[in-house]
Design a protein around this ligand. Structure first.
Ligand code: AMP
Ligand code: MG
Length: 351
């Protein structure tokens, strides 16, 4: 398949890139799949009302069919077409008012009409309103709610640039809308609003602390803290290994000098070592002949979130056979960063 590429203005795509947006929207209306930027990561969009279109997403990504998709909307009127409004709790409305448009996905009771493949047979639908002009222009111009998982091959780190999407999906999808690098860099926070107390199923761009300021107590799916298969996560996607580069990743918990010691031991065993760490840690490592990739600064974990996937992917262009990653405090956006790193590492720690 020939994959079309459109470079668009991310500030005001309707004004400056209308022909490109129109062409991408027409393909979506023809039930083709098109990748586009959001403020979290690049999404792989398709008409959420069409079985045929949604199945193409699963096929292009190699995504397991029991892993449901998030539907993206651009205005509140679309919500009533998709979810059973009578049963949407007050807490969900408060969260929408506070965080939409933005990196928050709400799981709500679904209405008929949405493709059964979007929800993987569940009675609930995950839905969000992205805060990115290009995503919103495509939803509005196509007039469709767009089902859109991250635009990567299943299991790989999510894409934060159009080049990452190309690496994984060129010739597998109809088009890629290039609106530059994404902002947050990690996927949305998924919150189940069908339970008495809202429950975080996947940590992400909106933190638990921020949610609690709006709705009071928020639970966290216990499966997120456990690596055992006993706990079945409520968010089906959380059970798969994810976000992983080719070489194995180990999470090194401790000071910069412990990182240095870990690197030296691996070098003695003849390993080609990659290090993913903040500029502070990299600045303290003296061992040479390693590939060190910086992922932001300890002073602002938002920089780590936005550079994490690019850093993980970058090792695939190197010869490293092991990757040591710094670890982070699990508060604020650190909770989402550590969730993704643990999955990339298959929960392997060096302490
Ligand atoms: P992705 O689209 O790749 O960002 O992944 C979407 C995430 O949302 C996955 O972890 C899914 O399992 C989760 N998800 C989507 N729909 C639902 C739902 N109805 N209930 C629970 N989790 C969901
Ligand atoms: Mg994904």
């Amino acid at each position: 398949m020939n994959t079309k590429l459109w470079a668009v203005d991310k500030g005001d795509p309707i004004k400056y890139s209308y022909p490109q947006i129109m062409e991408a929207a027409s393909l979506l209306k023809e039930n083709e799949v098109v990748a586009f930027p959001t403020e979290t990561v690049y999404g792989l969009g398709a008409n959420a009302l069409s079985d045929q279109a949604v199945l193409k997403i699963f096929e292009a990504k190699g995504r397991p069919s029991d892993n449901p998709l998030i539907v993206h909307i651009s205005k509140m009127e679309q919500l009533t077409e998709l979810v059973d409004n009578v049963n949407v709790p007050e807490s969900a409305h408060q969260l929408m008012n506070a965080f939409w448009p933005g990196p928050l996905t709400l799981v709500l009771p679904k209405k008929e009409g949405v493709s059964q493949y979007v929800t993987a047979g569940l009675e609930t639908l995950a839905i969000r309103m992205p805060d990115h002009a290009v995503a919103r222009a495509l939803i509005e111009t196509s007039g469709l709610p767009l089902a859109a998982p991250s635009a990567n091959l299943s299991g790989k780190p999510s894409p934060t640039t159009a080049q990452h999407v190309e690496e994984d999906l060129i010739h597998r999808i109809a088009g890629i809308v290039d609106g530059g690098a994404t902002g947050v860099g990690l996927e949305s926070t998924v919150v189940d609003c069908t339970t008495e107390t809202p429950m975080i199923l996947r940590p992400g761009g909106v933190t638990k602390e921020e949610l609690e300021r709006v709705v009071g107590n928020v639970d966290v799916d216990p499966a997120l803290f456990s690596q055992e298969e006993l706990h079945k996560p409520k968010s089906p996607g959380m059970k798969y290994t994810h976000y992983a580069p080719i070489a194995p990743v180990y999470l090194v918990e401790g000071s910069a000098s412990f990182m240095e010691q870990t690197i030296k031991e691996a070098r003695l065993k003849g390993r080609k070592v990659g290090v993913l760490a903040t500029e502070e840690t990299i600045g303290q490592i003296q061992t040479t002949e390693i590939i060190a990739i910086s992922c932001g600064t300890q002073k602002d974990l938002a920089t780590v979130a936005s550079q994490l996937y690019d850093g993980l992917r970058a090792f695939n262009a190197t010869e490293v056979d092991v990757i040591f990653s710094e670890t982070f405090p699990r508060t604020g956006v650190g909770a989402a960063i550590m969730n993704r790193l643990e999955k990339a590492a298959g929960h392997k720690f060096i302490k």
